[in-house]
Design a protein around this ligand. Structure first.
Ligand code: SAH
Length: 348
């Protein structure tokens, strides 16, 4: 149950406001059901249980990769499934990769989530609870949840109000206390969302999944390019930079023989010449899309070509691939007792 509903319900019943804090603390300490919230009287717990479950999101399966990456399959109240991934870094830091939708409408050819079709938007509380689950797991490991990236299932810009509400909770001191600069929203290039984010007061970061330096190649990889071609998306990113003073991360997946030639590197450098971008070259993680990752040598050549052209670039190593927890591999496969199937695309 989300905090708003809890607060309103308790107020209606004439309960003291600190009851809501007790519930939040119990969730933080690992309470799974209302019965675990032992700071409340039994009758109050029973009354609350009749309104709705303590959690809107329940871990259904937890897999740990050889590199320490944890992937949860999470069940929502209506039986649908999403995934969240917690990535371990040095110095006890952890990054959570959250989902913002069940499935995705954008059908990027290289992405497992894209092949599922669109299910529904998550509400803010369903996103926030992914953060609570991750924080608890990090703390149990003696680590700290320091970063959140919206790079799980879904296109966050198509669910921006809920995503921003969740960002505010991640950021809030009484929420997860994560610095806004350590929260990143990644988009396939949904221009209205980029515009809205550029005017939003919370200074969260923007990442653009570009993946190609010409419209023909990008159009083949990402159907959204027909609606928002490269020039339009980069113009929106530049407006974001101008309004916020923050650089934009460019995500670029290196696909063997598709977008990784010397000419591709030159074209990419030309597009990003004005220094307002940082390029993350991403290792392709196998999905059913039929693509192959660029060989290591070509990846090195590509990153050097960008560096020589004065473009800031780094290679982002893949994590969690052995449990399908890496970028683009999230598809929440497996049996589900509820109506978890996608219901087809929308809003494109
Ligand atoms: N819809 C958003 C966020 C989800 S994808 C977006 O497109 O940005 C998060 C990142 O993973 C994106 O950069 C996406 O392009 C990348 N990705 C998708 N499939 C991948 C794959 N198979 N291997 C590696 N990265 C992938």
């Amino acid at each position: 149950m989300d905090e708003g509903t809890i607060g309103r319900t308790l107020a209606e019943w004439g309960e003291k406001p600190f009851r809501a804090r007790q519930i939040a603390e119990a969730k933080r300490a690992g309470a799974r059901t209302w019965d675990d919230v032992t700071t409340l009287s039994k009758p109050l717990r029973q009354r609350l249980a009749a309104v709705g479950p303590l959690w809107s999101v329940t871990p259904d399966e937890r897999l740990t990769s050889r590199d320490g990456t944890v992937k949860w399959r999470l069940m929502l109240g209506d039986g649908r499934l999403v995934e969240a991934v917690l990535i371990a870094h040095a110095q006890g830091r952890r990054t959570l990769c959250v989902s913002s939708q069940v499935g995705c409408a954008l059908a990027c050819r290289f992405c497992a989530t894209g092949s599922m079709g669109f299910g529904r938007d998550l509400d803010a509380n369903e996103i926030v609870e992914q953060g609570l689950i991750a924080r608890h797991a990090a703390e149990q490991d003696g680590a700290r949840l320091s970063n959140v990236v919206f790079m799980g299932m879904g296109e966050p810009m198509q669910n921006l109000p809920a995503v921003l509400e969740a960002c505010a909770a991640f950021h809030a001191e009484e929420g997860l206390g994560i610095s806004a600069r350590s929260i990143a929203i990644s988009t396939a290039g949904w221009v209205p969302g980029i515009e809205a984010l550029s005017r939003h007061p919370l200074p969260v970061r923007l990442a653009l999944s570009l993946h190609a330096a010409d419209d023909q190649t990008r159009g083949r990889l990402m159907p959204i390019n027909a609606r928002y071609p490269i020039a339009n998306v980069l113009a929106a990113c530049r407006r974001y930079c101008d309004r916020t003073g923050r650089r934009v991360f460019i995500e670029y997946l290196l696909l063997d023989g598709v977008n990784d030639s010397a000419a591709d590197a030159r074209n990419l450098a030309a597009l990003l010449r004005d220094g307002r971008f940082h390029v993350n070259l991403i290792e392709y993680n196998p999905t059913d899309g039929g693509y192959v990752a660029s060989p290591v040598g070509r990846r090195e050549t590509f990153v050097n070509a960008l560096a020589n052209a004065g473009i800031d670039a780094s290679v982002r190593r893949s994590r969690g691939a052995d449990v399908d927890a890496a970028c683009g591999q999230l598809a929440a496969r497996g049996p589900s007792p509820g109506p978890s199937g996608p219901v087809g695309p929308r809003r494109t």
